[in-house]
Design a protein around this ligand. Structure first.
Ligand code: HEM
Length: 131
């Protein structure tokens, strides 16, 4: 099956060695609530986790069941019993990722940005709905 435009853009971002580091720089600075949550985080591991989380989001966006199951698991780890990530915080995650994509994918225009936003909102909603 052909990949969606967003999945292809994710591929271009992924070959940029600065992609994941830039995301965490932008995300941690996006709200004073966020950096303290990552004060004990091993960012080498966290970057691997983000890459796989984004891969699941791409799959979910394309209607893939395995993608949905992966986001179910992330929804559990982020819920009120575990990481306690308030649903209002997902907007920072989405906006930070969009900024990072615009820096890292030279082909990202307004139309592609809108497609990214739709895909990320859909995946983040699936995760946040399990709070
Ligand atoms: C919808 C977007 C998000 C995705 C795909 C995502 C993905 C992940 C993944 C894969 C992990 C590793 C643990 C696991 O596998 O469950 C993780 C950990 C974590 N996430 Fe998220 N996350 C998202 C949004 C957020 C938001 C909005 C916050 C906070 C504002 C957040 C805070 C954290 C924290 C604090 C950890 C643990 C870090 C540590 O181990 O020190 N996440 N996330």
């Amino acid at each position: 099956m052909e990949q969606s435009a967003v999945t292809q853009s994710f591929g271009r971002c992924s070959v940029n060695p600065k992609f994941l580091d830039r995301f965490y720089e932008i995300f941690l600075a996006s709200s004073p609530a966020i950096a303290p949550m990552f004060r004990n985080t091993d960012f080498a591991k966290q970057k691997v986790a983000l890459r796989s989380g984004l891969t699941l989001m791409m799959m979910y966006n394309e209607g893939n069941k395995v993608g949905q199951q992966g986001l179910d698991r992330i929804g559990q780890s982020h819920n009120r019993q575990h990481l306690k990530i308030d649903p209002s915080l997902y907007t920072y995650w989405i906006d930070s990722l969009i900024k990072t994509v615009k820096e890292c994918d030279p082909k990202c225009d307004a139309a592609l940005e809108a497609e990214w936003r739709t895909a990320l909102k859909k995946g983040a909603k699936h995760i946040a709905d399990q709070f």
